[in-house]
Design a protein around this ligand. Structure first.
Ligand code: GLN
Ligand code: ZN
Length: 737
């Protein structure tokens, strides 16, 4: 008997509805449980997922979507792409796997990087000309058997061979394709022998711009795998966007099915799809909104004349959405009705597939609309270009210098100080009611006082309050703005065992009351030195939230920007002379295709300027960016028009300064002089040599000295000596100017 794909999803969350996997993995790392106990938790989670997906009525249930850490790492290990430094450790299989993810003794881990334009991060396989791929693992086969033993037939999901190579690092890695294809062929044969009917190969790398060589590799791969005689049927996916020319390529190969993301891209009308099954990704796999079922049915129906057969699915894997809306008990009505998490989306897919077959009615579109705020809308409508313009930089710089009187090579930090367990306990206690509001404020003030005194003692020039009141730089603002909801259990995997709970931006955004002003003005009242107000920028707030999809992002960003603009005005009124607006996600949200960059940067930069341009010329606006590969956004950084930009640079040895110089960037810049991502304390000499290089590129009056990110994940044992060394080094370099 052969089955069609019918209703399916392309992937599913795996961390556990209550983060069971996170807990088990972390307990395993700490030695609290052994490998069999860890594997038992994995097996239980897999079983629950398979049974749930089958019972929900999916015709085809994805398999091999589980991972103890990351699916790219799984693929590397499956094909034996294990760098020598990990083999040399002589660890067990599972410990070698975790060593690659987290590092071990003198073996630094694989690099962690962003997975396409999502907030998931994968481990970058390291390949070289002498990488010998061998099929050494059997995870996809073992999980297929495991599901079958439970009575569930699954469709093993594999990372596609070309995407695997493109995501890896190593020169000329496409040269390894043929060897890798031998391994995929062997795996497909094994799966066929096991009785597997369908296999899914994910090739999301092809929703971005790809070279002719990449496309040729895609063709070669799927022609070769398609030509195998003893193989399962192949479903190739390319999600998070439009496959563009890759769709023609795939359509001309012998693969039986292609999944297209119809949330991010258009409905294709290719003749060559006539003998294929086209899997219509009509339920948004990346966002949390309920699907307009009649519209989705109509969209899928557009394929009926084009495709040999039409199946229904999510637009992408569901990895990026929380498990289950039913776990939320306190979402406000009016918002809740508009939401669907992974479990609900599975049921939507089933409903749409049935409606497409005419078996049930599509029902009616959802009647609930987003919260509307006419005051905010009127403000946006009345905006003029001047709302995004500040006075010329020279004028601002003079006014700021007159007011602040800072020395050359001014020293500062990025905002947060270590989040001690006392701080976390206080935040948790005020949530549960164990600590009253007054008691909480007293504790936070005590902490702010300590952090201010420490910074004065160290001798920093521009101080921060330390952000003790913030659980997370986006969630904190979401909790204080109207138009956002936060969830209790809406966790999604960010990487490995690390999960985040993105806020849900569901309606028009406004600020009911000042947010940071009481903390910042209190901090400023304790010292004569300037204290920086600390805000998260509009782009980052959008990037790390689930955002309404009923209006352009530009409009939503402008609403957030207006709220921040008001906050800056209130900070100024409270005597704060410097405000930092963090945009660590500016580059993260960059669209996958170059054609879309300009439009994105225009609204992103525009939102930042709208947030900051209401500040008086004498108020110094800082921004902080969190990455070092600036290539594509360097003009945008200039366009932000911030008075001071602090950036990650320690690991790239100040190369960023040359890049900035080449754009004519002429404002203040603070290249991070030490890497806070590592517990290592830099000595003063090391900082001196970086600063000596920096003063050659930037005049001292515009050069700032700071760590390369916030200090919240570090401990005082490292932070204090590191900052003291930073100040010592600065004094030394200043003296030589
Ligand atoms: N101000 C924030 C902090 O210091 C910035 C964090 C970030 O760049 N991710 O924590
Ligand atoms: Zn940062």
């Amino acid at each position: 008997m052969t089955t069609t794909i019918g209703a399916t999803v392309l992937g599913y969350p795996r961390i556990g509805p209550r983060r069971e996997l996170k807990r088990a993995v972390e307990r395993y790392w700490s030695g609290a449980i052994d490998a069999p106990a860890l594997h038992a938790v994995g097996a239980e989670l897999r079983a629950a997922t398979w049974l749930d997906l089958r019972d929900a009525g999916l015709d085809s249930v994805p398999g091999n979507t589980f991972s103890y850490y990351d699916q790219v790492l799984d693929t590397a290990v499956l094909f034996d792409a294990v760098p020598q430094r990990f083999r040399a450790l002589g660890l067990s299989e599972v410990d070698t796997y975790f060593a690659m993810a987290r590092g071990h003794d003198h073996a630094p881990p694989l690099e962690l990087t962003k997975w396409f334009d999502t907030n998931y991060h994968y481990l970058v396989p390291e390949l070289g000309p002498d990488t010998e791929f061998r099929l050494v693992g059997d995870k996809p086969v073992a999980e297929y058997r495991e599901a079958r033993a439970l009575g569930v037939t699954t469709r093993p999901v594999l990372l596609g061979p070309v995407t695997f190579l493109l995501l890896a690092k190593g020169d000329r890695r496409l040269d390894l394709l043929d060897r890798l294809l031998d391994c995929y062929a062997e795996l497909l044969r094994t799966l066929a022998a096991e009785g597997v009917e369908w296999v899914q190969l994910d090739e999301p790398a092809f929703v971005g711009d790809r070279s002719p060589d990449d496309l040729a590799a895609l063709r070669r791969a799927h022609e070769r795998l398609g030509a195998l005689t003893d193989r399962p049927k192949l479903l190739v996916t390319g999600y998070y966007g439009d496959l563009g020319p890759a769709l023609d390529v795939l359509a001309s190969t012998p693969v039986e099915a292609i999944a297209v993301d119809l949330v991010a891209g258009p409905v294709p009308a290719l003749h060559s799809l006539r003998d294929k099954t086209v899997v219509a990704g009509v339920v948004d796999g990346r966002n949390v909104w309920r699907t307009d079922v009649p519209a989705a049915v109509a969209k899928a129906a557009m394929l009926l004349g084009t495709a040999g057969e039409v199946a229904v699915s999510t637009s992408s894997t569901l990895l990026h959405v929380p498990y289950d809306l039913d776990a939320e008990r306190s979402l406000e009505p009016g918002v809740r009705e508009r939401l669907a998490f992974a479990r609900q989306k599975v049921r939507e897919v089933v409903h749409i597939a049935q409606a497409l077959r005419g078996a049930v009615d599509a029902g009616r579109a959802l009647g609930v609309t987003p919260r509307r705020d006419d005051h905010v809308r009127a403000r946006i409508a009345s905006l003029r270009p001047a709302h995004r313009e500040r006075a010329p930089y020279a004028e601002r710089a003079a006014a700021q210098q007159a007011r602040l009187g800072l020395p050359p090579l001014a020293t500062t930090t990025i905002g947060s100080f270590p989040q001690t367990s006392a701080i976390r306990t206080a935040r948790a206690d005020v949530r549960t009611g164990r600590l009253d509001e007054a008691g909480y404020v007293a504790r936070m003030r005590e902490e702010i006082g300590r952090v201010i005194a420490l910074q004065e003692d160290i001798g920093l020039d521009v101080l921060v309050h330390g952000e003790p009141e913030r659980n997370d730089m986006v969630q904190y603002f979401a909790e204080h703005l109207d138009g956002f909801a936060t969830t209790e259990a809406g966790w999604v995997q960010s990487y490995g065992s690390r999960c985040v709970r993105p806020p849900i931006l569901h309606g028009d955004v406004s600020r009911p009351a000042p947010i940071t002003v009481p903390w910042s003005s209190y901090a400023q009242s304790l010292t004569d030195r300037p204290v920086k107000g600390m805000l998260t920028g509009p782009v980052t707030i959008l990037a790390w939230s689930f955002v309404r999809d009923d209006q352009p992002l530009a409009e939503t960003a402008a609403q957030v920007a207006l709220a921040l603009r008001d906050e800056i005005r209130d900070l100024e009124a409270a005597g704060v002379r410097i405000v930092q607006v963090d945009e660590p996600a500016l580059r993260e949200l960059l669209p996958l295709r170059a054609d879309d960059h300009a439009a994105y940067l225009e609204w992103a930069v525009g939102a930042f300027r709208l947030a900051t341009a209401g500040a008086s010329p004498a108020t110094q606006i800082h921004t902080h960016l969190c990455y070092s590969e600036f290539g594509e956004v360097i003009d945008a950084i200039d366009g932000l028009d911030a008075d001071v930009t602090t950036i990650e640079a320690a690991r790239s040895k100040m190369e960023i300064l040359d890049d900035l110089r080449s754009t004519g960037f002429g404002r203040g810049v603070g290249p991070g002089v030490y890497d806070i991502h590592s517990p290592r304390v830099p000595d003063a000499d090391e900082v001196v040599s970086l600063l000596t290089a920096a003063v050659r590129a930037v005049p001292g009056s515009r050069l700032w000295v700071n760590p390369d990110c916030g200090l919240k994940t570090r401990g005082y044992a490292e932070v204090e000596p590191a900052l003291r060394n930073l100040v010592t080094a600065t004094k030394q370099v200043r003296a030589s100017l």
